[in-house]
Design a protein around this ligand. Sequence first.
Ligand code: SF4
Ligand code: SF4
Length: 259
Amino acid sequence: MAGVSRLQYTTEMRLVRVMCSGRVDLEFVLRSFSNGMDGVFIGGCRLNECNYITHGNYHALNMVLLCRKIMEHIGLNPERLRIEFMSSAEGIRFAEVMSEFGNKVKELGPLGKREGIDQNELKSKLAEITKLVPYIKVMENEKLASRLQSPEEYDKLFTKDEIDKLFSEVISYYIDPEKCQACITCAKRCPAEAIISAKNQIHVIDQGKCIKCGTCFEVCPPKFRAVTKISGEPVPPPLPEEKRTIVRKGKQKAERDKE
Ligand code: SF4
Ligand code: SF4
């Protein structure tokens, strides 16, 4: 409506159209900051006016509340991220909000500079957090699905302590070589192709590729329980390649009988 009505608003913005504000993933926001954006604005339909049963705008709101706390955690001003809900008929409001947000971002200056964060440090912090997005989503799954009814509840959804704990106790997954039976289930289900897998070979997680989604932990058959969660201590080094071949008990016996 703002365009049709020829309303003026800041030109220093780039529009990215999505079908629903719920489609805006936490990773998209972090990537925008990594790519040099000084602020991110998300516009969604009014709460409770979603055309679909999914109510994606509630999800977008929760994601923004979470992301703002993460920004605080890494030293960024959370005001660089804003979400507003409005209908497509509210062109005047859209133009006003955009200009207001544009001025706010200008006042805050280039990302990280006003906050006193070194650019390289900021880049690596953002890259680290972006890699943890699947883990963050799994850990905060319930809260991300909540439907807050008033702005007073917004600040209480995610607390500073909770976010600090989330990052200080990051879980890693490790395959116990003594228990793995090379059934390949985890490797087939891993969304990041982070499991080094081969027939009759003890499976090994490539920690550099692992996105900590926990799928391998969930799918490893209960009779093996070979995947363990590790938090607060270093992950043991991967088993050397030459020691990964599994010698089955039956085969061992047959070989012994032959001798
Ligand atoms: S937690 Fe397991 S399934 Fe998930 S990415 Fe890491 S290795 Fe793959
Ligand atoms: S699912 Fe469990 S037993 Fe099977 S390959 Fe993976 S870690 Fe090994």
